[in-house]
Design a protein around this ligand. Structure first.
Ligand SMILES: NC(=O)c1ccc[n+]([C@@H]2O[C@H](COP(=O)([O-])OP(=O)(O)OC[C@H]3O[C@@H](n4cnc5c(N)ncnc54)[C@H](OP(=O)(O)O)[C@@H]3O)[C@@H](O)[C@H]2O)c1
Length: 248
């Protein structure tokens, strides 16, 4: 999808050190002159991540908890030309017990997982609409399907993000701009370190491959693994007394 533009493609990764985001970039079949903008808060780690990618990489400062940064990151990304793909991969998974002890942490988690995506992606959508082209990739989660007592604040933020992404896709229909909604299950990696893997778990590389393939097709949403789609339907049907007993 980045091959026939007649100019080098440009990709923005919000959450520029995200394992899943970087795996998506690594799986993209894109020319070597593609420019990748890695947006995040740790310049050194962003630069190190860029060195591992087969593209021309640059770093943009981005703190998802700062309203000014949410605005400026999109201005800066589009300042040097069109952006073809925006990947929204920022996220944190704060344990529910910590949120119970300090509800202020819950507000920060919702800002990182939901509010910052709404503000940055609305701004990006405006730019892409004017371009008449582009794709927004949103990292939702199976956690959006039904809140679990083990992480219901995270689930609530993801449910909000998932609803936002579906509304945004409808709002952009016919403009040439596409939204790809990605719903992974448990992904074994940095975010879930120390947690026992759940059924139908995957790796960042598997998510990357699935997203890269979906970008090449006309898909508007992708479950990773695919079997999670029907499994999610079943999750919605589990009787509530049973659901409540789930420990995680
Ligand atoms: N891992 C899973 O099981 C799983 C499953 C489904 C969906 N997802 C979603 O997929 C996305 C990527 O997850 P991942 O597995 O790749 O996790 P990850 O490797 O921990 O990446 C999270 C990214 O968010 C960034 N971030 C967090 N708070 C930020 C802030 N205030 N400002 C700027 N950047 C911030 C991190 O930056 P730093 O490096 O600076 O911390 C990092 O780049 C997330 O939205 C996550 O919720 C993950």
């Amino acid at each position: 999808m980045l091959e026939n533009l007649g100019r080098p493609g440009r990709v923005l990764l919000l959450g520029g050190t995200s394992e899943i985001g970087l795996a998506i970039l690594a799986a993209l079949r894109a020319p070597a002159d593609t420019q990748v903008l890695l947006a995040g808060r740790d310049e050194q780690r962003l630069e190190a991540a860029g060195k591992d990618l087969p593209f021309r990489c640059a770093v943009l400062p981005f703190d998802a908890l700062s309203a000014a940064s949410q605005r400026s990151v999109i201005d800066r990304a589009f300042a040097d030309g069109p952006v073809d793909v925006v990947i929204a991969a920022t996220g944190v998974l704060t344990p529910q017990e910590e949120l119970d002890r300090d509800p202020a942490l819950a507000a920060r988690m919702i800002d990182a997982n939901f509010t910052s995506h709404v503000t940055t992606l609305l701004a990006a959508a405006g730019r892409l609409r004017r371009q008449g082209s582009g794709t927004i990739v949103v990292l939702s989660s199976v956690a959006a399907v039904r809140p679990r007592k083990a992480n219901y604040v995270y689930g609530a933020a993801k449910a909000g993000l998932d609803a936002f992404a579906r509304g945004l896709a409808d709002a952009l229909a016919g403009t040439g701009v596409r939204v790809l909604l990605v719903r992974p299950g448990f992904v074994i990696g940095r975010m879930t370190a120390g947690m026992p893997a759940a059924p139908l778990s995957s790796t960042p590389a598997q998510v990357g491959t699935a997203v890269a393939a979906a970008l090449e097709s006309r898909a508007s949403r992708v479950w990773v693994p695919r079997a999670l789609g029907p499994a999610a339907l079943a999750l919605r049907l589990v009787p509530r007394p049973l659901w409540r007993r789930m420990r995680r």
